[in-house]
Ligand binder design. Sequence first.
Ligand code: G1P
Length: 317
Amino acid sequence: MAPPICPQQPPCYVRKVIKSAIVPVAGYGTRLLPATKSQPKEMLPVARKPIVQYVVEELVANHVEQILFITGRSKGSIENHFDHDPELMRLLNAGNKQDLLDELKFEELQAHFFYTRQRFQKGLGDAVLCGENFAGEEPFVVALGDSILGLHGDSGTVARMAGLFESRHASCVIAVEEVPREETVHYGIVQVAGAEGDCARVVNVIEKPRPEQAPSNLAIAGRYVFSPLIFDMIRRVEPDPRGEIQLTDAIRLLCEEGRRVLALKLAPAEKRYDIGNFPSYFETFVEFALADPLYGERFREALERLLAKESAAHPAR
Ligand code: G1P
C-alpha cells in the first residue's frame, strides 16, 4: 500500500526551518496602471503598509532568514524601504516622535536582504532561475510579492509547507486555494490525487486553463517550497506563446519525472489577498483598513456614512 500523503496530523507539520526565500517583484504591474507607472505594485499601500512589507514580515515570522528580491527597472524603492534611513531617524528622534519611530521597527527585522535584477521580462520561471546561486543546494521558499496571506499577513502557511516538505521528502510543496470555476484562467491550477485532509499529491499543473480545461478549481496561491531540482526543470521549459518561461511548467516536469509534489490547502483564516488587479486591490485595502487596530473603527463609520449617502442618492442600486 502506498504510504499516506500526510500520515498523521500534526506530525507532518513539524516545524522545520527553510532559511532562504526568493521574492519575485520584477513584473511591470500593467494591470495597475497608471498607479504603477513609476512605482512597483509591491510598494502600493494596503492600509498602513506597502504590500511587500506584509510579505517580508510573514516570511520572517515563518523562520526565513535571508530573502532575495528578483527586481527590475523602477523597483529601487523596495530596496530603500528595507534599508535603514539615518536622516529620517535623526529627524524623528529630534522631534521625540516615538510613535512614528515605532512604525519603523520593521527595519530591525532579523533577515538579510539581497537584490538581483531579472534583465528581461521572461516570466516567473525565469525570475526564479535568477535565484539559483542564492539558493545553492538548499531548499527554498518562493513567495510572490503581490500576494498577502491572511488578514494582517500573519499566515503560518510557509512554516507548515516547510514541515511537509521535510517530513514527506517532497521536491515541491505548493500552497493552493479553491477559486470559482470561472476564474481558473487567472491561476496555475493543480490536479491532485488522493487528498487527505488539506494535503494532496499533485499529478499535474496547468497555467491559466479555461474553466472547461481546468482539472480542478484548486489554484496556486503564491507560495511554494522547492528543492533546487526545480532549477534544472526551469531550464528545460519551453517559452509559452508570449515568450515567458512559466514556473508552473517546471513544476509539471517535476510531476512527470515522478517527483513528489504536494499541495497544501490554505486554512480558511489564511485567505490570499491578490493585489494584481484593481478590484481585488480595492477590496483588500478596505478589508485591511477596517481591521486596522488604530483607525479601523473611524474608517468603518466613514464607510457606513458614505454607503448610506450613496444608497440615498441612488435607491435603485
Ligand atoms: C502567477 C502564477 C500562477 C499563480 C498566481 C498566483 O500568475 O503564474 O500560477 O496561480 O501567480 O497569484 P500571475 O498572477 O503572476 O499571472
